[in-house]
Ligand binder design. Structure first.
Ligand SMILES: C[S@@+](CC[C@H](N)C(=O)[O-])C[C@H]1O[C@@H](n2cnc3c(N)ncnc32)[C@H](O)[C@@H]1O
Length: 273
């Protein structure tokens, strides 16, 4: 994570290995399952805020030989996505470094615009949705899947860990992000003038021993990392003693048979009139 200052444009999650390992567990099949039935060969698709492209490549495959474009503001992520596309032989996939609120594409270029855990982080939701709408053809589809921190859970120990979820939400909001975007998506889609707006809810589950172990290690390595602790303490979002307690509680949670955690998401589809 980069230094949290309350400045409008800081991206909370950063680009460290711990977070990349979480993104590495994503694919179009698991994280864009609601979009895949809308895709067919020949469609032109944009993935805005594509990150390292782990979801992108499955979308590119679904529309082959149609054009697939991914865009992200972070060069290191685009380099990873390009390398993966080349290794996988996805000749229809092109990746660009750029801002999702100001893309290089012509008006009406795409059939589908997709984003996953991006509106959670972009301060100006309307600007991002309006840009996606601009580059869509009339009748084109927008699909987004975004986090809802307050509905995410860790059991047993939810009573002890709720304060940790709240601190994470404050970190996101302090950087101009939207920790409840998943459940707000439908309102934003309607405000953007989209039609046929449909929202659903879903979870990323950590419900096997391996998955729970991964989740625990991710929280320890990313959220309870010294840089995050320092920033959160400096900005009065939590105390060092709280982080120490959460670390102990998590270690205990990991050893508990039946431990189960999940990240909650809202998903929304809409069409450009
Ligand atoms: C949580 S990651 C999600 C990556 C990918 N969509 C996924 O779900 O695996 C969010 C991504 O959005 C990108 N991002 C955030 N704000 C952006 C902006 N204004 N323009 C372009 N990319 C942005 C970040 O660089 C990061 O790669």
């Amino acid at each position: 994570m980069t230094e949290q200052t309350g400045a409008e444009s800081t991206y909370t999650m950063g680009y460290g290995d711990e977070f990349l390992q979480l993104l590495d567990r994503r694919s179009a099949q698991t994280h864009a399952a609601g979009l895949l039935p809308h895709l067919r060969p020949g469609l032109r698709v944009l993935d805005f805020g594509c990150g390292p492209g782990t979801i992108s490549l499955g979308l590119a495959k679904a529309v082959e030989p149609g054009e697939f474009h991914g865009i992200d503001m972070e060069e290191s992520q685009i380099a990873i996505a390009r390398a993966a596309a080349e290794a996988g032989g996805h000749a229809n996939a092109t990746f660009h470094v750029g801002d999702v609120t100001d893309t290089p594409f012509e008006d009406g270029y795409f059939d589908v615009a997709f984003c996953h855990t991006v509106l959670t982080h972009v301060p100006d939701t309307a600007a991002a949705l309006n840009e996606a709408k601009r580059v869509l053809k009339p009748g084109g589809l927008i699909f987004s899947r975004e986090l809802t921190v307050s509905s995410s859970f860790i059991e047993p120990g939810e009573d002890k860990m709720r304060s940790a979820w709240n601190t994470f939400a404050k970190l996101l909001a302090g950087n101009g992000g939207h920790p409840e975007m998943g459940k707000e998506l439908r309102s934003h889609f309607l405000a953007a003038g989209l039609a046929d707006v449909r929202g659903i809810a879903s979870f990323d589950s950590f419900g096997t021993t391996e998955e729970a172990g991964f989740f625990c290690q991710f929280v320890l390595d990313w959220f309870i990392a010294p840089e995050i602790v320092e920033v959160a303490v400096k900005h009065g979002l939590a105390t060092r003693a709280q982080f120490d307690q959460w670390r102990d509680d998590l270690e205990e949670w990991r050893q508990t048979p039946g431990c189960f955690a999940a990240l909650a998401f809202g998903e929304c589809t809409g069409t450009k009139v």
